[in-house]
Design a protein around this ligand. Structure first.
Ligand code: SDX
Length: 443
C-alpha cells in the first residue's frame, strides 16, 4: 500500500477506501464522494462552515505559519521587506512573483503613477453620498463603479488586460480613498501629484490645504509605506476569499475588488483596526483594563485587535508595528492609547483565558494607534487597510483566473429544512404567530 494514502473504513458497509494524501497534507473532498451506502447515495461530503480546515486553492503568493508567527510574501520574510523595501516594490513582488531590477521597478512605478487620476464623473458619485457616510461605503461603491468606466476589464483571460487593470486599480484606489475622505470633510478634492511617492501623494490628496505644493513629512511618508507593506497580502483571508469567489464567475476585477472591500469592511476583519481604537478609547485608562478583561472572559464582548484564525502565536505584523509606533510618535507626539494597549496586551498574555484560546495581538491592535497619531480619523483606518491590500487581491485574483483547477465557486449544503409539503388555501393556514416563529428561525 502506498504511504501517501488514507485508508477509510465505512463502518456502515464494512468497505475500505484508499484516498491519496497530496502535497501539503491534503485529501481531495471529491475523493470522499465514492463512499456510499448504496447506488442512490450521493456519497460523503465534508462540512466546514467557515472553511476552518479547507484549502480553497493552491497559491504561491503568501506563506503563513500560524504556530511560529511566520509571514512571507513570495518567500521573503515580512520583517526584511518592512525594513528594506517600499510598498510599490513589495506590490511588484506580490503581483509579479519576483523583486524587480531597477529598470523594471522604474517602469512599474511610472505605469502606476500614470493611473492615479480618476474619471471626473466619479466626483458626481462622491457628491451623492451624505457628508457623514463611512468612507469604506464610498470606497466599495466607487471601486465597483470603475467597472462601468473600463469595459475592457471584462477580458479577464487576456494577460495584458489583467496587467492594465492591476496597474489602474493600484494607481487609482488612493485617489478614490482621498476623495471619499475630502467629501466627508466638505473639502475640495486634491488631484494626484505625480511628482510625489505613492504614500506621499496619498498624504497630499488627503491633507493638502491652501499651500501650492504639499510637502509630506518623510517620517510619516515612510511610516505609511511600512504599514502598507505589512497589509499588502495575507493568503486566503475573508476579503481575498471574496475576491476569488466573486472572481470565479468571471466578472471584471473592479466588481471583485468591490466585494473584497465589502468583506474587509466588517469589524471582524479590516474594520477591526477602527473597532480596536474605539475599544481603547472606551477603556480610557489602565485602571479600567481589568473590568474589560472580565467582560471579555464572560463572553460579553471581544478584545478587538486580538485573535486570529491562523496565527496562534504573536502576529509578526503586530510585533513590527508595536516597535514602529515609537518612531512615529517622535514626529506626531505620543498617542497615550499606546500605554493602555501595551498594558492590556501584558495583562491578556498572562491570563489563562487568552493563553488557552491562543489569543495574541493581531495587525489591527497597534495599527489604529499609529493611524490616529498620524491624524487619520478612525473611519479611514479600514480604508488604509484596503489601499495596500489591493495588490494582494489583484495577485490572488490573477492566480485564480490562471488556475486550471478553479471553476465557479459553488459550495454544497446540508439541507435541514422541511420535507415535501403542499400548497394550502390561505384560509386554512396556521395563525401568524406560528408562521412568524417559522420565518424568524429561517432568518
Ligand atoms: C484581520 O484572516 C486574516 O488573515 C485576516 C487579517 C488579514 O491580514 O487579512 O489578518 C486581518 O482581519 C485580523 C483579525 C482582526 N479581527 C479582530 O481583531 C476582531 C477580534 N478577533 C476575533 O473576532 C477573532 O479572533 C477572529 C475573527 C479574528 C478569528 O476568529 P475565529 O478564528 O473564527 O475564532 P472564533 O471566533 O471561533 O473564536 C474561537 C474562540 C471563541 O471562544 P469559545 O467560544 O471557543 O470559548 O476564541 C474566542 C471566541 O470567543 N475569541 C475571542 C477573540 N477571538 C476569538 N475572545 C475574545 N476576544 C477575541 N478577540
Amino acid at each position: 500500500m502506498a504511504n501517501n494514502t488514507l485508508t477509510i473504513t465505512d463502518n456502515r458497509t464494512g468497505k475500505k477506501y484508499d484516498v491519496p494524501i497530496e502535497e501539503g497534507g491534503v485529501i481531495r473532498a471529491m475523493d470522499l464522494r465514492q463512499i456510499k451506502t448504496g447506488a442512490d447515495d450521493f456519497g460523503l461530503m465534508t462540512y466546514d462552515p467557515s472553511f476552518g480546515n479547507t484549502a480553497s486553492c493552491r497559491s504561491r503568493v503568501t506563506y503563513i505559519d500560524g504556530d511560529k508567527g511566520i509571514l512571507r510574501y513570495r518567500g521573503y520574510p515580512i520583517e526584511e521587506l518592512a525594513e528594506k523595501s517600499n510598498y510599490l516594490e513589495t506590490a511588484y513582488l506580490i503581483v509579479k512573483g519576483e523583486l524587480p531590477d531597477q529598470a523594471h521597478y522604474d517602469r512599474w512605478k511610472h505605469n502606476i503613477t500614470i493611473h492615479t487620476m480618476v474619471h471626473e464623473n466619479i466626483k458626481m458619485f462622491m457628491e451623492g453620498f451624505r457628508y457623514d457616510s463611512h468612507p469604506m461605503g464610498m470606497l466599495l461603491s466607487t471601486v465597483g463603479a470603475l467597472s462601468t468606466f473600463y469595459p475592457d476589464a471584462s477580458a479577464i483571460h487576456d494577460l495584458e488586460s489583467r496587467r492594465l487593470q492591476t496597474r489602474r486599480l493600484i494607481g487609482k484606489i488612493p485617489t478614490l480613498a482621498a476623495f471619499a475622505f475630502r467629501h466627508t470633510r466638505g473639502l475640495p478634492y486634491v488631484y494626484p501629484d505625480n511628482d510625489l511617492s505613492y504614500t506621499g501623494n496619498l498624504l497630499a490628496m488627503l491633507f493638502k490645504m491652501t499651500e501650492l505644493t504639499y510637502k509630506p513629512n518623510p517620517v510619516l511618508e515612510r511610516a505609511l509605506d511600512v504599514l502598507f507593506i505589512l497589509h499588502a497580502d495575507h493568503e486566503q483571508n475573508c476579503s481575498t476569499n471574496a475576491m476569488r469567489a466573486v472572481g470565479s464567475s468571471q466578472p471584471d476585477p473592479y466588481a471583485c475588488a468591490s466585494a473584497a472591500i465589502s468583506a474587509l469592511y466588517g469589524p471582524l476583519h479590516g474594520g477591526a483596526n477602527e473597532a480596536a481604537i474605539r475599544m481603547l478609547m472606551e477603556i480610557g485608562s489602565v485602571s479600567a483594563i481589568p473590568a474589560l478583561i472580565k467582560k471579555v472572559k464572560e463572553g460579553e464582548r471581544r478584545l478587538m485587535g486580538f485573535g486570529h484564525r491562523v496565527y496562534k502565536n504573536y502576529d509578526p505584523r503586530a510585533k513590527i508595528l508595536k516597535h514602529f509606533a515609537e518612531q512615529v510618535f517622535e514626529v506626531t507626539g505620543r498617542n497615550p492609547l499606546i500605554d493602555i494597549a501595551v498594558e492590556l496586551e501584558r495583562i491578556a498574555l498572562q491570563d489563562d483565558y487568552f493563553i488557552s484560546h491562543k489569543l495574541y495581538p493581531n495587525v489591527d491592535f497597534y495599527s489604529g494607534i499609529i493611524y490616529q497619531a498620524m491624524g487619520f480619523p478612525m473611519t479611514m483606518f479600514p480604508v488604509l487597510f484596503a489601499i495596500p491590500r489591493t495588490s494582494g487581491w489583484m495577485a490572488q485574483w490573477a492566480e485564480m483566473v490562471r488556475d486550471p483547477e478553479q471553476k465557479i465557486a459553488r459550495p454544497r449544503q446540508v439541507y435541514i429544512g422541511e420535507s415535501t409539503r403542499h400548497y394550502t388555501p390561505i384560509q386554512s393556514r396556521p395563525k401568524p404567530t406560528q408562521h412568524e416563529d417559522a420565518v424568524s428561525e429561517a432568518i
